[in-house]
Structures are given as structure tokens and as C-alpha cells.
Design a protein around this ligand. Structure first.
Ligand SMILES: NC(=O)c1ccc[n+]([C@@H]2O[C@H](COP(=O)([O-])OP(=O)(O)OC[C@H]3O[C@@H](n4cnc5c(N)ncnc54)[C@H](OP(=O)(O)O)[C@@H]3O)[C@@H](O)[C@H]2O)c1
Length: 306
């Protein structure tokens, strides 16, 4: 299969590309930094371009069977202001519009089959919802991230009008020792000052990096995978439970709380992502037959931190 990937140089994409290449797929990798990443991704066709800007990169989608669209400005990259909120939105929504426009010109593979768009979304779609159990059928929230996710998913779904199969993977908190949220969470534990954040009652809907990649590949391959699919492990935990599990895995204490107020002063609005949460269940992934290699937080952390 020839797969066009945006955001493939990121945390999830880097591991995903390794798996796609290992099983023999041809990968065309769109990046804004072709010279910086060429050596690292030598097995891929490097396509220079910014997904937010329409351009020649869109022609490459004509020869591909599938698109996996992961690009998006990192929500923790900066303190949020109006300009950054617009970038969070545009790097997802405008880029998706460009991908869909390109797919619209060539919606079928050379063999005449419908192409597939696997579009990242996020569990932020649901907004802060306490301990309510959420599935793909739950309604969207109304905070900044939820509104971005709704626009992002709607933009992707427009590819369905061209006959493209569209899957929207609502990514949870991806646990990976080399990037993303986990290394930041580990620092206070390594300094013997780790513990719950805020009340500790907020849910963290996490997923092990390998399960994230495995689920994206299942969704890519499975013709029944359409619409929203939660990318989270079947056993979300409260922040207190996560802190205890990290303390255990690192053999460090986990009783020093970080007050929500302090985090808000330090990070601004994005602190809400950490101090509130969602309890998301992977109903569709399980219905599609996905087997989680790491369904429990203890096993996931032991594997990653070993
Ligand atoms: N990791 C998580 O825990 C998590 C949780 C929920 C949702 N997600 C979503 O899943 C997707 C992939 O996540 P990730 O953690 O792998 O992302 P990531 O590491 O932050 O990287 C995503 C890639 O997107 C591209 N990108 C970044 N800013 C951009 C911008 N302003 N305009 C255009 N492209 C930009 C970059 O590629 P180039 O520099 O090569 O162009 C970057 O390597 C993202 O859309 C993210 O929102 C991730």
C-alpha cells in the first residue's frame, strides 16, 4: 500500500512510519522540515510542504491509496493567546481541508477502490466531563479544544462526499518515554516530589504508544473502520491512580500533590487539560476486534519505563 502521512515526524508518526515500513508499505511523508528529517526517514519519500498551505505536495496524494493525517501544532508548545489558539485550529482544520481537497480530485485507488482517510482527532472532543463514562456516541464539549475537534472532524468527514472512507481516531494521552506528556509527568517523581495533580479525581484516558500505532494500522486496513474511534486503553485511571502507578514503576514516593492553582499560574489555560479530564472507553476499537497489548496502566508503565 502507498500511504501519504502528514505529521509523520511527530511522536506518534515516527513510530507509525517504522511499522508501516516494516510491513512493506511505501510511505510519502509530508514535512515542513525536509532537510532536517531526511536522514531519519530515509526509507520514505520526503514530500516538502506545509499542510496548512495548499501547494504542490497535494499532487502526491493522487498516487497514494490512503492518507494518515496527524499534523497539528502541539497544544503544550506555548502559553495560549488568541494567535496561538488560531494556530492550534488552523494547523488542524485548514490542513484537513487541503488533504480533503486533494483526495476529492483522486478519490479512488489505481485499482478503483475508495481511498481511506485516517484522520487524527482527540479525546478533547468531549470536553471536561468528570467521571462520566464516554463512548464515541457521547456528545462534544464546548471548550476551546472541543470546538477545534468538532471543526477538525467535520472537515475530514467532507471527504465522504467523494466516496472516501473516513475514520476519525480520537487520540487519548499517548504514553511514550521519549516524548509527549509522560516525560513531563515523570520529572517530579524522579526528584522525589511526585504526586497527584489538583484534586487527583480527574480521569486520564491514556494509551500505550504501541497500541496507538497498532490501532491506527487496524483502522487503515479495516474497511469497517469509519467515523469516530476512541484511541484510548480500556481502563482509564484517575490522576491519583496514575501517580501511584508512576511512583510504583519508578520506585519513588507519590504523595506530594501539585496544586491546580500553581499549574494554572505556570501554564495558563492549557492547565485545564491536566486538571480536568475525560473517562473515555474504546467501544469501537473493541468492536472492530482490536486487542490491546497494554490494557492496564501498571503493565504499560512497566514496559515503557523498564
Ligand atoms: N500525543 C498525544 O498524546 C496526543 C493526544 C491527543 C491528540 N493527539 C493528536 O494526534 C496527532 C499526532 O500527535 P503527536 O503527538 O504525534 O504530534 P506531534 O509530535 O506534536 O507532531 C505532529 C507533527 O505535526 C506537524 N506540525 C506541528 N505543528 C504544525 C503546524 N503549526 N502546522 C503544520 N504542521 C505542524 C509537525 O510535522 P513537521 O514539522 O514535520 O511538518 C509535527 O511533527 C496531533 O494532531 C495531535 O493533536 C496527540
Amino acid at each position: 500500500m502507498r500511504v501519504f502521512v502528514t505529521g509523520g515526524t511527530g511522536l506518534i508518526g515516527t513510530r507509525l512510519l517504522g511499522q508501516l515500513r516494516a510491513r512493506g508499505d511505501d510511505v510519502a511523508l509530508l514535512t515542513r522540515r525536509p532537510d532536517a528529517v531526511r536522514a531519519q526517514f530515509s526509507g520514505c519519500t520526503i514530500v516538502p510542504g506545509d499542510p496548512m498551505q495548499a501547494g504542490a505536495w497535494m499532487d502526491t496524494i493522487a498516487d497514494c491509496d490512503a492518507v494518515i493525517h496527524l499534523a497539528g501544532e502541539n497544544i503544550f508548545a506555548r502559553r495560549w493567546n488568541d494567535e496561538f489558539r488560531a494556530l492550534l485550529r488552523d494547523s488542524r482544520v485548514k490542513s484537513t481541508e487541503n488533504v480533503v481537497q486533494a483526495l476529492g480530485k483522486h478519490p479512488r485507488t489505481q485499482a478503483g477502490q475508495p481511498k481511506v482517510l485516517v484522520n487524527a482527532s482527540a479525546i478533547g472532543y468531549y470536553g471536561p466531563t468528570g467521571d462520566e463514562e464516554l463512548t464515541e456516541d457521547s456528545p462534544p464539549g464546548n471548550d476551546t479544544l472541543a470546538r477545534v475537534c468538532v471543526e477538525w472532524e467535520n472537515a475530514a468527514r467532507r471527504a465522504e462526499t467523494h466516496g472516501v472512507r473516513v475514520a476519525l481516531v480520537r487520540v487519548g494521552v499517548v504514553l511514550d518515554g521519549e516524548g509527549g506528556a509522560l516525560p513531563k509527568m515523570l520529572t517530579p517523581f524522579k526528584l522525589f516530589v511526585g504526586g497527584k495533580v489538583g484534586s487527583g479525581k480527574q480521569y486520564v484516558s491514556w494509551i500505550h504508544r504501541d497500541d496507538m500505532v497498532g490501532l491506527l494500522i487496524l483502522v487503515l486496513d479495516n474497511a469497517s473502520a469509519t467515523g469516530p474511534i476512541n484511541g484510548t486503553a480500556p481502563n482509564p485511571v484517575t490522576n491519583t491512580e496514575l501517580s501511584k502507578a508512576i511512583g510504583c514503576a519508578l520506585h519513588r514516593p507519590s504523595f506530594m500533590p501539585t496544586p491546580a492553582f500553581g499549574l494554572r499560574v505556570m501554564l495558563g489555560e492549557v492547565a485545564e487539560v491536566v486538571t480536568t479530564g475525560q473517562r473515555v472507553l474504546p467501544k469501537r476499537a473493541l468492536a472492530l476486534g482490536f486487542t490491546f497489548k497494554f490494557p492496564s496502566i501498571d503493565a504499560a508503565l512497566t514496559d515503557i519505563l523498564a
